[in-house]
Design a protein around this ligand. Structure first.
Ligand code: PLP
Length: 372
């Protein structure tokens, strides 16, 4: 199989599997127990926390582990609203955000929060003048992602955070697709990340919180994570996340250069007739979301079962609904159906990628002939 779905998840790094192994096989202590074994597990969790914090590279805050980035985002949004002054009952976000942000914001709107979902320009970038016009003293929080999961488009997070702060609002950044791939932008008060997008295990994420801007707890119970996120931590997952973060930090330039080469090779191998969805320049190049006139993307995926690629987000692909991200770029229903996403990274070889692209292009041409 050729795996080209790096935005959905990434393969576990061998170094990560090795680091996790003792914590799966032998070391089972509760990291919150006072025994010697518990202390050892706690120490391993704290090393992992430092590794994640170092790789995130943000100043003035700390990380709490969560069960996923979805949980981190839910916590950040709901907990910030809970702590906001009464007169700040507004959230601003963007139409191309992940469902973890959009659906949580919509739930909050049902509870009485005033929600503004800003449109994007045709290239997927946010119009900052529009944001500036919308920001006022009623806004509690602005939520914008650094790298989009469906189209890879990047937003100027530090600038947006500065604008939010000027209006007295907090800024949440979903950095799930940026972490380990690009340098994270300084500025936001809350930053959500996930281990399985950086060659770590599934079932663990983290919320970076600026000191003094911590949201109210979402989960109540044993008071773990400084009373902010109750629930026994899983040392094996924390250790895996830490190892993955350390590796991503050490390899960032190497991985980035590799991805740049892959992007160029993929475009060349696909040949003519394809249009890149979203900006090519304000973009992480490990995400190649493309469309072709008349293509049936779902049929293409069905035809090429030994290549793992997708129509957009894993959630959008499952539902059969047209991608809300592509719709936000102004694509019509037909264009969204003729779009596919190729995601590649650290372990993708140039040879397998160009092989896959050539076969995708050949099948797309064959479809055209069949439909003609
Ligand atoms: N945000 C973005 C941009 C994502 O790509 C994902 C995962 O697909 C998430 C949030 C949710 O992450 P998790 O799988 O850790 O809940």
């Amino acid at each position: 199989m050729i795996y080209l779905d790096y935005q959905a998840t990434t393969p576990l790094a061998p170094e990560v599997a090795k680091a996790m192994h003792p914590w799966i096989e032998e070391k089972f202590a509760n990291p919150h127990s006072p025994s010697r074994w518990g202390n050892e597990a706690e120490a391993a969790v704290e090393v992992a926390r430092k590794q994640v914090e170092r790789a995130m590279g943000l100043k003035g805050g700390s990380v709490a582990f969560t069960g996923s980035a979805t949980e981190a985002i839910n916590w950040a949004l709901k907990g910030s609203v809970e702590k906001a002054p009464k007169e700040r009952n507004r959230i601003i976000t963007v139409a191309t955000e992940h469902a973890a942000v959009l659906d949580t914001c919509e739930w909050l709107a049902e509870q009485g929060i005033d929600l503004t979902v800003l449109p994007v320009q045709q290239d997927g970038c946010l119009d900052r003048q529009l944001l500036s016009r919308e920001l006022d003293e009623r806004v509690a929080l602005v939520a914008v992602m650094q790298v989009n999961n469906e189209i890879g488009v990047t937003q100027p997070i530090s600038e947006i955070a500065g604008m939010a702060h000027k209006a007295g609002a907090l800024m949440l950044c979903d950095a799930v697709q940026a972490f380990g791939r690009l340098e994270l932008c300084n500025g936001p008060d809350l930053v959500a990340v996930s281990a399985h997008k950086i060659h770590g295990p599934k079932g663990i994420g983290a919320l970076w919180m600026r000191k003094g801007k911590e949201p109210a707890p979402l989960l109540h119970g044993g008071g773990q994570e400084q009373g902010l996120r109750s629930g026994t931590l899983a040392p094996m997952l924390c250790v895996g996340f830490g190892a993955a973060a350390k590796l991503a930090d050490e390899r960032r330039t190497r991985d980035y250069d590799h991805v740049e080469k892959l992007w160029k090779a993929a475009i060349a191998a696909l040949g003519p007739g394809w249009t890149v969805n979203g900006s090519s320049t304000h973009r992480y190049h490990g995400n190649l979301n493309i469309r072709r006139e008349g293509l049936d993307g779902a049929r293409l995926i069905g035809d090429l079962r030994d290549i793992a690629f997708s129509l957009g987000s894993a959630c959008a692909s499952g539902s059969g609904r047209p991608s809300h991200v592509l719709r936000a770029l102004g694509l019509d229903y037909r264009e969204t159906r003729s779009s596919i996403r190729l995601g590649f990274g650290r372990y993708t070889t140039q040879h397998e990628l160009t092989d896959a692209c050539a076969r995708i292009a050949a099948h797309a041409v064959a479809q055209e002939k069949l439909d003609a």
